[in-house]
Design a protein around this ligand. Structure first.
Ligand SMILES: NC(=O)c1ccc[n+]([C@@H]2O[C@H](COP(=O)([O-])OP(=O)(O)OC[C@H]3O[C@@H](n4cnc5c(N)ncnc54)[C@H](OP(=O)(O)O)[C@@H]3O)[C@@H](O)[C@H]2O)c1
Length: 337
């Protein structure tokens, strides 16, 4: 185990796209657990689009100069509580740092399923997969044979949405992503029937070409022009699942999308957003649904793994630029369980 700890802190608020200069790495001696707590060496970190929102001066956002927060999986390396045992693997929210002192209440023990890698608890079985599963089953209430359009389809939520939708019996799956290579990956590997690069033209025209007969459900990770296009492409009783608005996180002054509000009435559309944090009770159901498929190989976790905690800021910025395929995860250099 390392004798020093590293934490990442935010040093300034970005206007537009953040850079490495908005962060700093701070080195300190290893924290010691006080009675009732344990020291965890973090092994895998999640960096997420919502961290970009937290970089702004918003309620609940990151405080400047303080260690950042985020989901992480670690191993207990020293304990002063009988409720946490050395060697245990736990998930907690003191990410963006190599080590954390946690109480038993602050961690979640991870069930271990034969043949399922630990990274899956940050990707397809974690908040990312839960978002996709809730979006399809609770918000869209997907029916067998229904056709979907998914934006940011090659990302963590987007790939999980495509794979889950296929397993749930969806009809035609159309996805959008930020490059031709990603669009090709979606149709070759993830199970999408058609995919386009949203840079190639107006979203409405690209969507009309990929889904000429329209769709029943739009799973929206992006907002903006693609949301407006989807309103036009939805069939009667269509549903818009509002998951995220990543097209606006770095351009808050961009005009909101314009679409025909009359479509919502005339096609009896439903638009509903949600926060996955309000659906934690669905976690066990996600395990029951997804784990057998992971074990049989019918479901693959889509992940981009970046090696080395020292690259966590680069991984975060790269994800915002679209350099990831599937869920972006940072892996520490210590021996992995
Ligand atoms: N509601 C909830 O509780 C909840 C939970 C988790 C995530 N989310 C949201 O879900 C969305 C996806 O999250 P994720 O964790 O799975 O991230 P992700 O999709 O793995 O990564 C973000 C992706 O967004 C795309 N992107 C970046 N800028 C864009 C732009 N201007 N226009 C269109 N696409 C852009 C990039 O892919 P391209 O190469 O395709 O551009 C990038 O790979 C985000 O909006 C996030 O905030 C919401």
């Amino acid at each position: 185990m390392n004798e020093t700890a590293l934490t990442v802190r935010q040093t300034a608020r970005p206007h537009g796209f953040p850079t490495a200069g908005h962060f700093t790495f701070v080195e300190s001696t290893l924290p010691g657990p006080v009675p009732g707590s344990a020291l965890v060496e973090n092994l895998y970190w999640s960096v997420d689009p919502y961290h970009r929102e937290m970089m702004d001066d918003v309620p609940g956002g990151f405080a400047l100069g303080a260690p950042l927060e985020g989901r992480t999986i670690g191993r207990v390396v020293a304990s002063r509580t009988p409720r946490l045992t050395e060697g245990e693997i736990v998930l907690h929210r003191q990410g963006w740092r190599t080590h954390a002192v946690v109480t038993p209440e602050e961690v979640r023990r991870l069930p271990r399923f034969e043949g399922v890698p630990l990274t899956a608890y940050l990707s397809v079985l974690g908040g990312t997969g839960l978002t996709a599963y809730v979006g399809l089953t609770r918000i869209a209430r997907l029916q067998k044979g229904e056709d979907l359009f998914v934006s940011a389809a090659a990302g963590g939520v987007g790939t999980a949405t495509g794979r889950f939708a296929r397993l749930l019996g969806a009809g035609r799956l159309v996805g959008s992503a930020g490059s031709a290579a990603k669009a090709g990956h979606l149709t070759r590997e993830v199970g999408y029937d058609a995919a386009f690069d949203y840079h190639d033209g107006p979203a409405a025209a690209l969507l009309a070409e990929a889904a000429p007969d329209g769709v029943d459900v739009f799973v929206d990770n992006v907002g903006g022009e693609q949301l407006a296009a989807a309103v036009g492409a939805l069939r009667e009783f269509g549903r818009i699942v509002r998951i995220g608005t990543i097209s606006q996180y770095n351009t808050p002054d961009a005009p909101p999308p314009r679409f025909d509000y009359a479509d919502l009435v005339e096609k009896s559309l439903r638009m509903e957003g949600f926060l996955v944090s309000n659906y934690r009770d669905v976690q066990e159901e996600l395990y029951e649904f997804a784990v057998p498929h992971l074990q049989s190989g019918r479901l693959a976790p889509d992940e981009t793994v970046v090696d080395g905690f020292e690259h966590i800021v680069d991984a975060f910025l790269g994800m915002l630029r679209g350099e990831n395929t599937g869920k972006i995860i940072v892996r520490g250099s210590s021996e992995q369980p």
